[in-house]
Structure formats: structure tokens, C-alpha cells
Design a protein around this ligand. Structure first.
Ligand SMILES: Cc1cc2nc3c(=O)[nH]c(=O)nc-3n(C[C@H](O)[C@H](O)[C@H](O)COP(=O)(O)OP(=O)(O)OC[C@H]3O[C@@H](n4cnc5c(N)ncnc54)[C@H](O)[C@@H]3O)c2cc1C
Length: 385
């Protein structure tokens, strides 16, 4: 860690102690069960409310923790060391909820900060993953109400939510590059007529972290269920996705640090040919590469956080962090399996779990290919290509 103030050291100690008490002891059990027992999830939720980590990312004036991006980076990096299935119980409600207007604040924003409601962020659809703009979900104005139809999948959270922020096409805009869907974000309560929500297929990364399939069949929504303005859903989602990618980078660095620690321990203690395997250059150089690449990844995250604090972070900056850190983590995890040999794949060791968990990071929040596409576009588009 570089350049930490006392406050940050204190914050880090609090998070580390909380994770040691409330998360690490449950990792193995949760992974084997494939779900988080409710009493464990609720305890994490309750304790995090008590120590002020719940909704730490949202402004103090609304009852959140008021941590700035630089402090949130430390927190997210630490959470990255454990499973999403566990740390997601400490809510960091999506910042786009700050777009709540009037009574929406009482109904959605404040309850999410107090731990009374949970939200889902529902963008991805079965036929619209990377290609978000091919979404089929749509809402039409019929009389005074919007009528929502369509479906979403892979929409994740720690437990059954109270409402979903659903992105749907509400028309088309003419742009210099042709027609583009106009996308609107809606606040859709679980339990209203026509909205069905079911648990999705089990994922082998972060076992116990749930994902849901949502379907909307003529769901009637009054105008006050629009989050932000009609047609500004993409700029809202973009805001969230950008910082979300930086947090993926930070969590990847945390996890890589933990895995590297396990690799070093094994390389120093496992002997073959009467020597610690770390003394063979083939193993030792893997450790050296892991350390160098982790250091570079941490610096990239720090740089991006500084830009975000100055309001200068671009989509390209976030994409660079996301792709670099997630691929760094996957190399660290895979090389660690190699260093452990057969033991790396055995369930009695945490390595195979950390390796499985790491794999998702190259896919969600936009795949590595999509991040590279963003980076390429930012170089070529100014030249008209
Ligand atoms: C566990 C989990 C939780 C998730 N949680 C959420 C959530 O809460 N909310 C939400 O909205 N979404 C969520 N997602 C969805 C996630 O963001 C998508 O899975 C991701 O964006 C990729 O979409 P896809 O899986 O449909 O893959 P596809 O888009 O079908 O891509 C398949 C492959 O094709 C490649 N590809 C596609 N287009 C291009 C291109 N133009 N150039 C090069 N390669 C390309 C991709 O990189 C990938 O390798 C979650 C996903 C998972 C697995």
C-alpha cells in the first residue's frame, strides 16, 4: 500500500478485522453448499450496518458512509480477497440511485442505505449481452402509464431483491450514426403484476452469489417509476459501469495479493529434489512476475481513482484498469495452480476455489474483448476511423 493516512489505516484495519470475523470463516462452507445460509448473510449485513460499512459509498447527508473513491478503493480491494457471495451482503447500493427524485428517495434510496431494501441492476438480456443496444425489453406509454415487456438474465445480488432498476427501450433517437434506441431506467418493485423473478442457473465462480432471471409481461408502471429522465438510462448506466469497472480492478488486486501469498508460502515450504520448489527458477520467476504485474495493476487502479476524484476519468481509463487487472489476476491464479501441482486442484485447498472465482472477472462488467474494443475506439475514433 502506498501513501496511506492514519484514517485510511484505521479504515483498512476495521475492514480486515470484520472480514476475519464475519467472512473468511464461512468461505469454504458457502462454496461447498452453493448458497449463503440466511443467518450468515444477515449477520454480515447487520454487523456492517453497526460498524458503518453498509452503504459506505453513498453520501453522509443521506445516511451513507460518505467514503470517497480513494477510501472505497481500499475497501473494495480488501473485499476482493474473499467471495462476492459474502461481501455483497455489505451493500454498496448503485450510485445511480442518487438520481432518485422526490418520493423515490424515501421509497428506494433511503431504504437501500438503511438495509431495509435491496436492488438489482438489470441491463443484460439473454440475447443482448455485450451488445446492450440490441435489448428487446421495451416500455410503451399507454395513457398515463408505461407498459414494460421483455426479459433480463444474469442479474446478480446476494439475495432476493425488493426492486430492480430495469433498462428498457422507450423509443429511438436519430444520431449521426443512424437510429439508436432511447433507453430509460425504471424502478420495478418485486411482486407487482406481470413481473416474474426466478433464481438463475448456478455459476461456478463465487458459488452462493445469486443471479436472477426477470421477465416482464405488460407490467404497468406509473411515470414516477422512471429513474432520472426518460431516455437518459444509458448515461445513468454508463456512470455506474465506469466506476464499477475500477472496483473490479481493485477487487482483482486484492484477490491476486491473497493468492500470491499462498503461492509464496507453498513455494517456500514444498520440497522436491531436496529443495523448496521456489528455488527452481521456473517457479521463482513466476512469483516475481506475479509481484511485478500486481504492482503495475495497483498503480493503474490508483491512477484511475485519482482521475475519477478529479472528474477526469474516461471510459478508456476504466477499460484499461478492468482488462489489465482481471487478466493479471487470472494469470496469478493459474500460475498458482501450477505451483501447487496436483494439490492446486484439490478441494481441500482454497486454490481451486480462488482460481474458479477469478475466472468471472474477465467476463462480467463487460468482457475483456469489449474493454479492448473501448480502448481501440478511443484511439481510432478521433482520427475518423
Ligand atoms: C455471475 C454473473 C453476474 C452478472 N451480473 C449482472 C448484473 O447484475 N446485471 C447485469 O446487467 N448483467 C450482469 N451480468 C452480465 C454480464 O455483464 C455479461 O455476462 C457480460 O457483459 C457478457 O455478456 P454475455 O455473457 O451475454 O456474452 P456475449 O456478449 O454473448 O459474448 C460472448 C463472447 O463474445 C465476445 N464478443 C461479443 N461481442 C464482441 C465484439 N464486438 N468484439 C469481440 N468480441 C465480442 C465476448 O467478449 C465474449 O467472449 C452478470 C454475468 C454473470 C456471469
Amino acid at each position: 500500500m502506498y501513501d496511506e493516512t492514519n484514517d485510511k489505516v484505521l479504515l483498512l484495519n476495521t475492514v480486515q478485522k470484520f472480514m476475519e470475523d464475519e467472512m473468511y470463516p464461512h468461505e469454504d462452507k458457502v462454496d461447498k453448499l452453493g448458497f449463503v445460509p440466511d443467518e450468515i448473510g444477515r449477520q454480515i449485513e447487520q454487523k456492517s450496518l453497526e460498524i458503518g460499512l453498509f452503504a459506505a459509498n453513498l453520501p453522509e447527508k443521506y445516511g451513507g458512509g460518505g467514503l470517497d473513491y480513494s477510501s472505497m478503493k481500499l475497501v473494495e480491494r480488501e473485499y476482493g480477497k474473499t467471495s462476492h457471495a459474502l461481501h455483497s451482503w455489505v451493500a454498496r447500493p448503485t450510485e445511480i440511485l442518487l438520481a432518485c427524485n422526490g418520493s423515490q428517495k424515501e421509497e428506494y434510496l433511503f431504504p437501500c442505505i438503511k438495509g431495509q431494501k435491496r436492488e438489482l441492476f438489470a441491463l443484460t438480456e439473454p440475447e443482448a449481452g455485450s451488445d446492450v443496444m440490441s435489448m428487446k425489453s421495451n416500455a410503451k406509454l399507454v395513457g398515463e402509464d408505461w407498459v414494460l415487456n421483455g426479459s433480463k438474465h444474469f442479474i446478480s445480488g446476494p439475495c432476493m431483491p425488493d426492486f430492480a432498476i430495469v433498462f428498457a427501450a422507450t423509443g429511438e433517437n436519430e444520431t449521426p450514426r443512424g437510429k439508436r434506441k432511447r433507453v430509460t431506467a425504471f424502478l420495478v418493485d418485486v411482486g407487482i403484476p406481470g413481473f416474474d423473478i426466478q433464481e438463475g442457473t448456478k455459476c461456478i465462480s463465487y458459488k452462493g452469489y445469486k443471479n436472477y432471471q426477470l421477465s416482464f409481461n405488460d407490467v404497468k408502471l406509473s411515470k414516477d417509476k422512471i429513474l432520472g429522465e426518460e431516455g437518459n438510462g444509458l448515461s445513468l448506466s454508463g456512470k455506474w459501469l465506469g466506476m464499477g469497472r475500477v472496483w473490479v480492478g481493485a477487487t482483482c488486486c486484492g484477490k491476486a495479493e491473497r493468492i500470491l501469498g499462498l503461492a509464496v508460502e507453498w513455494a517456500a515450504s514444498r520440497k522436491q529434489f531436496s529443495k523448496p520448489i521456489g528455488s527452481f527458477q521456473a517457479t521463482g520467476f513466476k512469483l516475481a512476475d506475479m509481484k511485478m504485474n500486481l504492482r503495475a495493476a495497483d498503480l493503474l487502479v490508483d491512477d484511475c481513482v485519482k482521475k475519477a476524484l478529479d472528474g477526469k476519468m474516461t471510459d478508456e481509463d476504466a477499460a484499461i484498469v478492468k482488462v489489465y487487472c482481471s487478466e493479471m489476476l487470472n494469470k496469478v491464479a493459474d500460475d498458482t495452480v501450477q505451483i501447487y501441482g496436483g494439490m492446486g486442484l484439490m478441494e481441500e485447498m482454497p486454490i481451486e476455489r480462488l482460481w474458479r472465482d477469478s475466472r468471472l472477472e474477465r467476463i462480467w462488467d463487460g468482457t475483456s474483448e469489449i474493454q479492448r474494443h473501448i480502448i481501440t475506439r478511443s484511439m481510432l475514433r478521433p482520427l475518423g476511423a
